[in-house]
Design a protein. Sequence first.
Length: 217
Amino acid sequence: MLDNTKSRTMMVDTQVRPSDVTKFPIIDAMLRVRREAFVPESKRNVAYAGGDIDLGGGRVLLDPRTFAKMLDALDIQPDDVVLDIGCGLGYSSAILAHMADAVVAVEEIEDLAREAESALSEEGVDNAVVLTNALAKGAAKHGPYDVICIEGAVSEVPAEVLEQLKEGGRILAIFAVGVLGEARLGRKVNGKVSWSLAFNATAPILPGFESEAVFAL
């Protein structure tokens, strides 16, 4: 297997740091986690390139810049329990597991979930669990969570997911608004989540996070 240490360092130095992401826990995790272990074998030669990586089934591994900025906005702490919605092949969960106390990852495509669980195990990540469930359902059984990270775009976030966020907790989602889209950080205060713009970003909309169509007669 190729040693991609230099590729990881280049990714951090040319994509992550120039995006004003400099917090040590993020940099350390992105330098340590072998991104190539969490992409399809046919895509491993572009594991560290900029841009989203197609995982199949309409799903992607988010661009390193976008994901790093999401982590920066969420300000994950060592004692946080994180819900990772749409984990794909597990890269986001591996990174989050390096930064948080525990990660509950949700993936509704069974093949992706199975491969994510295997990859996390092979990479020695022992504080993350992968559940096969509808993304829009989250994982209420293991909540509530300090942090919820949604690995794709949304038109809206279902109330069922917001209910799984602890009081004072943080959630980040990329809202499909206009051409660019907006990554918004939400905080739960007095039982209600208030959103603020974090940065502009785009991603494919995750299943179950589309707005319901409204028809007028």
